[in-house]
Design a protein around this ligand. Structure first.
Ligand code: CA
Length: 232
């Protein structure tokens, strides 16, 4: 079934780019230019997800996200925030109002679609128990990892790392961000620890010729990339 996604974006060029990116996908896009239009659209039909621009005329995206979260009826609609690069340092603020993910402009259509699917999956709109990347499969209920249906053993940290990557595909994470997300924000661990566990994970995945899924981005960190849109 088609997913209804509500877009709130005042710049026409970006609306057009998103509309074009989602053309022929399993997503039905509802376009709005500001918070008032978005509120009317939500009152008419509750969307499966909201793509919300940060800087909007009138009420801005963060304020609108807060309103949505405060309203019982709409509190569970997943939100992906669209931000400009200069706003990225404010992302913590965005997460604290309960957004599910954010995409930094300019973004690629592939990245946007991967994020939409990942958020829909995490929010339960798509089965989130099993994540797949090609023949690689991870089951968050049984904590089992398999390749082409064959289960294999993996260390607990490598499991957490792999699960994090597979639920956040096509996105670069710094060592620092990985430490925060996988190990926990309040632990004091050397960033090189991340490299150690990435190496172990790659070694395991190399048995299935899948170590290339985790790529090093020089000077930035790591990305889990399938190289296509097959990560569902
Ligand atoms: Ca804007």
């Amino acid at each position: 079934m088609k997913k209804n996604i509500l877009l709130v974006e005042d710049e026409k060029s970006i609306r057009d780019m998103i509309k074009f990116s989602l053309f022929n996908s399993d997503i039905n896009l509802i376009e709005t230019e500001n918070v008032i239009q978005a509120q009317n659209a939500i009152a008419h039909k509750k969307p499966d997800l909201i793509l919300l621009d940060w800087m909007l005329p009138g009420k801005d995206g963060v304020e609108f996200a807060k309103d949505l979260r405060a309203n019982k009826k709409n509190a569970n609609i997943p939100i992906i925030m669209l931000t400009a690069k200069s706003e990225e340092q404010d992302k913590i603020h965005g997460f604290s109002v309960g957004i599910d993910d954010y995409v930094v402009k300019p973004f690629s259509p592939r990245e946007l679609i991967a994020r939409i699917h990942a958020v829909l999956r995490r929010s339960g709109h798509i089965d989130k128990t099993i994540l797949k990347a090609g023949d690689l499969e991870i089951n968050s209920e049984s904590h089992k990892v398999s390749y082409a249906g064959k289960k294999f053993a993996i260390g607990p940290l490598e499991y957490k790392l792999l699960y994090f990557f597979m639920s956040h595909t096509e996105r670069v994470f710094s060592r620092d961000q990985l430490l925060d997300q996988v190990w926990g924000a309040d632990v004091f661990i050397d960033e090189r620890t991340v490299d150690v566990h990435i190496r172990r994970l790659r070694k395991t995945l190399s048995e299935f010729k899948s170590d290339g899924l985790i790529q090093t981005v020089r000077g930035s960190g790591y990305i889990f990339s399938t190289g296509n849109d097959s990560c569902e």
